[in-house]
Structures are given as C-alpha cells and as structure tokens.
Design a binder for this molecule. Structure first.
Ligand SMILES: *Cc1c(COP(=O)(O)O)cnc(C)c1O
Length: 222
C-alpha cells in the first residue's frame, strides 16, 4: 500500500480526539513529502541532527515533534523550530530547552516521559521524580517551557493485557499530575502513547497522540 493509502487507513480508524504523529525516522525527505501531499502535517523524528537536516527541505507549516531521547548538547540544533518535545526525562534537559527557547524568543511545548515498560533500557521518569521536577524552584522559574502532558512506551510484548496495564498506568499518572500541578491549565492535555503495534490498546486507555512509523512508511532500514 502507498503512504497515502496507509494514512487514509489510520484516519478512518482514529477517533476525532486522537492526533496522528507520522514517525519518519530513517526515512527520506521524498517519503515525508508524499505524506505531506496526502495532507499529513505532524511528523516525528528521534535524532536531532536528522530533524535539523530535513527541516529546511520541507514546507514550513509542518509541525515537528521530537520523540526520542534528547541529549542536552543537541537541543540547540532544533530549538528554533521544534513544535513539541515528547521525551523530557530530566530537569537538566528541561533547563537547557528553556534556555535555548529563550534565545529563540519562543515557548517550546514539552511532554514528561515516564518509564512504564518492564525493560530496563527505556528512558523515562517515575512519578516521584516528576513531582520533584514540577515542585522545584528551577522549574517554576522557567518562562519558555510549556508542559502539555506526558508520554510513554509500553513493553515490547505480545501480552496485550500487560501493554494495557502499562498504558493505564500512564493515564493515571497523567490524571494525578493534572490534578496536582495543572488543575486549571487547558494546555496540559496530551497523553502520547501508542505505536504501530499497540496504538489500539493505547487509544482505549485514553491516548491523544499516537506515534506511527512502520504502519505508514513501512519497515525501517538502519
Ligand atoms: C520509532 C518510534 C515510534 C514509531 O514506531 P513504529 O513501531 O514504527 O510505529 C514511536 N515512538 C517512538 C518514541 C519511536 O522511537
């Protein structure tokens, strides 16, 4: 199936409240162009240098989402244009984004990434770490960051019950943070969870942003 057909397939499946992030990591600009021509405007990359290389070659109304682990020394390369950074896992990273956003006279939207999977290797915070960040004076002084929600990745397993439990856990973290730290914020509303293999489980658990790569662009060649 073509990229356009795949996109149409997802559009038909997704409830109106769920936004599709087309994950283009490792994929060439031509593929992104094809998705753009089919109406897609939100794209996700997980390497700062790749995103910075593709950005000037594509239309300016694209919303670029950074979805991977972001090293502090790479923030500078994407700070002038990135729309949403999905994977905040430390106060240090948030501080650097705040600084670079200020230099570009922007406010950058960010999501806190939580570790919900069994695997040790996945990045992310636990609830107490997030609370510590949100309670810190350093965070409260940041003027160029807007936290708009949370993100997480479930375990890579065929056990759909486990995946559902992990997404439910992220959803409950989101609701706790919302009531504890953002009770009157309209912008703290995103639950970024679900990929090609588990997005339907994620949507049942309340996802608002699904991140689909393989399902749209086919397998990746590394
Ligand atoms: C690669 C990636 C995706 C997309 O994964 P697919 O299985 O190809 O849909 C989603 N989220 C993150 C964080 C990724 O790195």
């Amino acid at each position: 199936m073509s990229i356009q057909q795949n996109l149409n397939h997802y559009r038909q499946l997704l409830p109106p409240k769920v936004t599709l992030v087309a994950v283009t990591k490792t994929k060439p600009v031509e593929d992104i162009k094809e998705a753009y021509d089919a109406g897609q405007r939100i794209f996700g990359e997980n390497k700062a240098q790749d995103m910075a290389a593709k950005y000037p070659l594509l239309p300016l109304d694209i919303e670029w989402h950074f979805i991977g682990h972001l090293q502090t020394n790479k923030v500078k390369t994407i700070a002038s244009f990135v729309k949403l950074i999905h994977a905040i896992d430390s106060l240090k990273l948030l501080s650097e984004i705040n600084k670079q956003a200020a230099e570009n006279q922007r406010v950058i939207d960010c999501l806190l990434q939580f570790h919900i999977a069994e695997e040790e290797t996945k990045f992310g915070l636990n609830y107490d770490e997030a609370r510590e960040i949100l309670s810190s004076e350093t965070f409260k002084k940041m003027e160029n960051i807007r936290l708009t929600g949370v993100m997480g990745m479930a375990s890579l397993t065929d056990d759909t019950k486990q995946v559902a439990r992990e997404f439910d856990q992220l959803s409950s973290i989101y609701h706790q943070l919302k009531s504890g730290f953002f009770p009157s914020s309209e912008s703290f509303k995103e639950l970024s969870m679900g990929m090609s293999d588990d997005f339907q489980i994620a949507i049942k658990a309340g996802s608002t942003l699904i991140r689909i790569g393989t399902g749209i662009f086919g397998k990746r060649n590394y």
